[in-house]
Design a protein around this ligand. Sequence first.
Ligand SMILES: NC(=O)c1ccc[n+]([C@@H]2O[C@H](COP(=O)([O-])OP(=O)(O)OC[C@H]3O[C@@H](n4cnc5c(N)ncnc54)[C@H](O)[C@@H]3O)[C@@H](O)[C@H]2O)c1
Length: 383
Amino acid sequence: MERRTIGIIVNGVTGRMGYRQHLVRSLLAIREQGGLPLKDGRRLWPEPILVGRSETKLREIAARHGLTQWSTDLSATLARPDVEIYFDAQLTSQREKSVRMAIEAGKHIYTEKPTAEDLAGAVDLARLASSAGIKNGVVQDKLFLPGLLKLERLIRGGFFGRILSVRGEFGYWVFEGDWQPAQRPSWNYRSQDGGGIVVDMFPHWHYVLEQLFGQVQAVTAHVTTHIPQRWDEEDAAYPATADDAAYGIFELAGGIVAQINSSWAVRVYRDELVEFQVDGTEGSAVAGLRNCRIQHRAATPKPVWNPDLPPTEDFRSQWQAVPDNEEFDNGFKAQWELFLRHVVEDAPFRWDLWAGARGVQLAELGLKSASEGRRVEIPALAE
Ligand SMILES: NC(=O)c1ccc[n+]([C@@H]2O[C@H](COP(=O)([O-])OP(=O)(O)OC[C@H]3O[C@@H](n4cnc5c(N)ncnc54)[C@H](O)[C@@H]3O)[C@@H](O)[C@H]2O)c1
C-alpha cells in the first residue's frame, strides 16, 4: 500500500510525556498498525525526528525504536523541508520560544499544554499561528479518556435533564523525595521553572468543563503550598515555591457550578485518580479515567439523616455501570490521529492554540483569584 510520509519533530522526547505517551503510545503505535489509513487509500506514515538537549539520550531512544533521525539543533531541523509538524512536550517554561520559532519556520504546530507560561504568551502564539495560516493543535487528552467519553455520551443522550453541578476530585500523594523518590519531576514544584498545580491542571479543567458542560464564566480559587520543602532528582533539598493544591469553584454558562479539588498532597480514597460527579435533575453520574457509574432519578434512594444509627444503605452499590459499547484507544493517540487528519486531509479539529490560550487564561485568573482573595470573571478572548 502506498505510503505518505510526514516528518514530525518531537521536542522533549526524553521527558515523561514526550517519550511514553506521544512517541511510544501514539506515533510509534500508529506505525505499528501500519500507518494511518487516508481517504485516498494511502497510509500516512509518521516519521519522528527526535529533538532535545542530550545527544546520548536521543541516540539511545532512536536505537531502541529503530529510528534514525535525531538532532540537538532545533533551528537546523526546522529548516528541513521534509519536516511538516513541530510537536512540543518540553517542560512548560521552554515551550513558547520553541513554538514561536516553529511558526516562523512555517511548520504546523501540535503541543502539550499549557501552551505558554502566561496568557499574553499564549494569545501571542495563537495570533501568530492564525496569521501564518498554519494548522495548530493542543493536547487535550482527558477528553479522550473512556470515562469521560462515556460521560459525554450521557450528556449528548440527555440522561441528566438539567445539569446542576459538577464535583471533581483529582490528586494523589507525590512523595517529597527524601525517604522515597518523588514520582513527578522537581520542576513541577518550583514556580520559577513553570511549576504549580494550577498552571498544570486548570488548563485540563478548562477544556473538560468547556467542552462537556459550557463556557467557564468565573473562577474562585484558594491555592496553597502544603509541602514547603522537597528533594530533587539529585537528592538535594529545595524550597517548593509553587502551589501543590488548588480548591476551585468554576461558574459555567447556564448556572452550572463546578467545584474541583486538585492536589499532590492527598491520599487516594476513591476508585480512580480523577473523578467527576455530575448531578442533574433526571440523574447523576460519577466518571473517572475509565469507568462511569450512574444513578437515575427513578432509582434514587431516600436516605434519612440519623446519626444515632449505623448506615442503613450501601450507597455505592446503588449505582449502575455504564457499558463501554465500543473499543477505546489511547487518548493521546486518538487525538494525534485527528490532528494528522486535520493537517493532511483538512479534517475539522477544534482544539487549537486559541483553546489552549483559554486554558492558560483560566490558570492565570485562578491564581489572581487566590492572590486577591476574590471571585474573578473570565472575559472572552478577542481572537
Ligand atoms: N497532557 C497531560 O496529561 C500532561 C501530563 C503531564 C505533563 N504534561 C505537560 O507536558 C510537558 C512535559 O512534562 P513532563 O512531565 O513530561 O516533564 P519532564 O520533566 O519529564 O520532561 C521535560 C522534557 O523537556 C526537556 N527540556 C527542554 N529544556 C529543558 C530545560 N531547560 N530543563 C529541563 N528540561 C528541559 C527535557 O529534556 C524533557 O525531555 C509539560 O509542559 C507538562 O505541562 C501534560
